[in-house]
Design a protein. Structure first.
Length: 348
């Protein structure tokens, strides 16, 4: 079959590889669509600590069941269309036992432990059948929409932890796909004012499709001063850092309103994760600093419901579509920051 193989940083392409081997309790999917994630881009640029190269990446997957193993005991049948998110929970740690799956101590991911979805076919292992994040979707839904339910799930989890809601003023730092998802999601939750910031005009122009109340180019404007101006000196109820830039976390503390919530959504690069935040501001202003990563199965369920309804502008999120054979071309567009979500279609 055809698949994208990453051999080394910036050394990748579509190749002929053996068909995946289905385990007796697993299943085989034809990949209908697979979206490119920010972590995929980092892997393409510089590798990934959990990925041993050469490897097939891709973890935002929409697929159709084509074969079931002899010992398969899952709920899905041949011909069923599925949204496959990568996280596979252990099911036995204290957090899983408490239903706090996003804190699972032993979770694994498709495209890290098992080969990913930038391929014509993917083998879903028994662990994912039993404890994974997989959901059936209506056949009429665009596979590209199905694929991007994974990042939407993470954003739903974050905004739930940050209690984003009616009347809130929300500032999102980072206007990439995640920042745009947060913008749209905050609007569905009833936020009153939403401002999105970035250092690149082209990204801010793409973010305009999600109807923020204002965009802020922080390469040209002082973010702290501008947020104070926009909020009559009060600051934001919620600040979301959707970027790996350390300065964003520093600024988030400085622009939050007293009692505000700061969602540290974007992780920082190794060696740069101690950015010098003024903790006195956190202390005296009673701020809530909230770390958030991955998601629980119910967040994925909500994401699927969102994209299969008219409540979320998922069509605006997907700016580029390519056949899998054009992976290098599509990945280059994303690596150059000229896209929000790029989705690939192995059958094209």
């Amino acid at each position: 079959m055809k698949a994208v193989v990453v051999h080394a940083p910036m050394n990748f392409g579509v190749e002929d590889v053996p068909e995946p081997q289905m385990q007796p309790a697993g299943m085989l999917l034809k990949v209908d669509a697979c979206a490119l994630c920010g972590s995929d881009l980092r892997t393409l640029r510089s590798g990934h600590r959990k990925v041993t190269l050469p490897w097939i990446i891709g973890h935002e997957i929409a697929g159709t069941v084509v074969e079931l193993g002899a010992d398969y005991a899952g709920p899905w049948g041949v011909g069923e269309r599925l949204a496959v998110a990568p996280v596979v929970y252990c099911g036995v740690c204290d957090f899983c036992q408490d239903g706090r799956y996003a804190l699972c101590e032993n979770y694994k991911e498709i495209a890290q432990i098992w080969p990913g979805g930038f391929a014509e076919t993917i083998a879903i292992p028994p662990e994912a059948v039993q404890h994974g994040t997989i959901r059936a979707v209506p056949r009429h839904i665009d596979p590209a929409f199905v694929a991007v339910t994974e990042p939407i799930s993470s954003c739903i989890h974050a905004q739930e932890k940050g209690q984003v809601g009616l009347g809130d003023t929300v500032v999102i730092i980072g206007a990439g796909p995640v920042g745009c998802i947060h913008t749209a999601l905050a609007r569905t939750k009833g936020a009153d004012k939403i401002y999105i910031a970035d250092i690149v005009d082209e990204r801010l122009e793409m973010a305009e499709a999600f109807a923020p109340d204002a965009t802020i180019n922080v390469a040209k404007t002082d973010l702290v001063a501008e947020v104070r101006r926009l909020t009559q000196g009060k600051g934001a109820d919620v600040v979301i850092t959707a970027t790996p830039a350390p300065i964003a976390q520093v600024q988030a503390v400085e622009i939050a309103r007293k009692g505000g919530r700061i969602l540290l959504f974007g992780g920082l690069p190794a060696g740069k994760s101690k950015p010098g935040i003024d903790t006195n501001i956190i202390h005296y202003n009673g701020l809530h600093l909230i770390g958030t990563t991955i998601f629980a199965p119910r967040h994925h369920r909500l994401a699927v419901k969102l994209v299969t309804s008219a409540q979320f502008p998922v069509d605006k999120l997907i700016t580029h579509r390519f056949p899998l054979s054009d992976f290098v071309k599509g990945a280059t567009v994303a690596l150059e920051g000229k896209a929000l979500k790029v989705v690939f279609f192995p059958g094209s």
